[in-house]
Design a protein around this ligand. Structure first.
Ligand SMILES: [Zn+2]
Length: 304
């Protein structure tokens, strides 16, 4: 059976039972008061999956208090969308997901932003540690769509990525690349016992002294591999996937939403050693207790 034939992507009851198992591994919990004492309401008048809390008396289903709450889209389609976005190494365009799921482009855009939010790690610990190398580098993503008819879009938004070798990536949209914008990211996201590897840019010089070691690679003379240690191949590889994905699927990404796309690419990279289905399960668990920070009005524009 291929992943896409899994009944959770086609059958509403199977979809709900699967999501309940992910969100409530130890049985249902009331999202209103945290009580473990709900009663399943199984009367004909009740919709499937409805519970009533015996403490606060409020009713709920598994999607209450999650990013999937109050959606008219069937849960099986939400799960398939979560799977498709989790499984596509370079991401997926809003229009492609719209066609594959049979939902409007607007719904597809709305769903994808919620799923990206589900992929976001809530409180990640620092990267690296003693005897670990963290590569840091910057690149420029996107450009104005109106330029595209005449030439390649001009690189525009600066992105800084930190990648622990054999470990995780974390990338950030920054307003500019300088020591002032980069230092707070480097010192809060990387364990200071780490060895920092960057290019020779002076933006890293001073902050580099705050780590156990700081090595530099000179990009301009194509010195990508100076021995097996002094290189930035790991972060370069990450940028290559990110750029192919953004250019190929997302055309251009508005600055406002760039961090959500970065989160999506970070998530897939950080879960690269597990199966597509396991990755989708992690994204599905991530829908709990999260709220989108942008207003509903912006959903209507369905751009990017
Ligand atoms: Zn309750």
């Amino acid at each position: 059976m291929s992943d896409l034939q899994n009944p959770v992507f086609h059958d509403e009851t199977k979809a709900r039972e699967w999501l309940e198992a992910q969100i409530w591994p130890d049985g249902p919990v009331c999202p209103h008061c945290g009580s473990w004492e709900p009663t399943a309401l199984k009367g004909k008048a009740h919709r499937p999956g409805l519970y009533q809390c015996n403490d606060c008396r409020q009713q709920f289903t598994v999607t209450v208090g999650t990013l999937f709450e109050r959606s008219k889209i069937p849960l099986s389609k939400w799960l398939m969308a979560t799977y498709l976005l989790s499984a596509s190494k370079k991401g997926m365009s809003t229009r492609q997901l719209s066609r594959m799921l049979g939902v409007s482009v607007k719904s597809s855009w709305f769903m994808m932003h919620r799923i990206r939010e589900g992929m976001r790690e809530s409180k990640p610990g620092p990267l690296g540690g003693s005897n670990k190398v963290v590569e840091a580098d910057e690149t420029w993503i996107g450009g104005k769509a109106k330029n595209r008819a005449f030439k390649e879009p001009r690189p525009k938004e600066p992105v800084v990525a930190l990648v622990e070798r054999d470990g995780s990536v974390r990338s950030f949209h920054v307003e500019a690349v300088n020591a002032r914008t980069l230092r707070p990211i480097l010192v809060t996201q990387i364990d200071r016992a780490s060895f920092l590897m960057t290019d020779e840019s002076t933006v890293y010089t001073k902050t580099g002294r705050e780590f156990s070691g700081h090595g530099t690679v000179n990009h301009s003379i194509k010195e990508y591999v100076r021995g097996k240690f002094f290189h930035s191949n790991t972060v370069e590889n990450y940028f290559s996937i990110l750029k192919r994905g953004i250019t190929g699927n997302y055309q251009w990404v508005s600055a406002k939403h760039l961090k959500r796309y970065l989160g999506e690419f970070d998530f897939r990279y950080n879960t690269r050693h597990i199966s597509d289905f396991e990755r989708a399960a992690i994204a599905a668990k991530g829908i709990q207790g999260k709220r989108l920070t942008y207003r509903r009005a912006s959903e209507q524009t369905a751009n990017a």
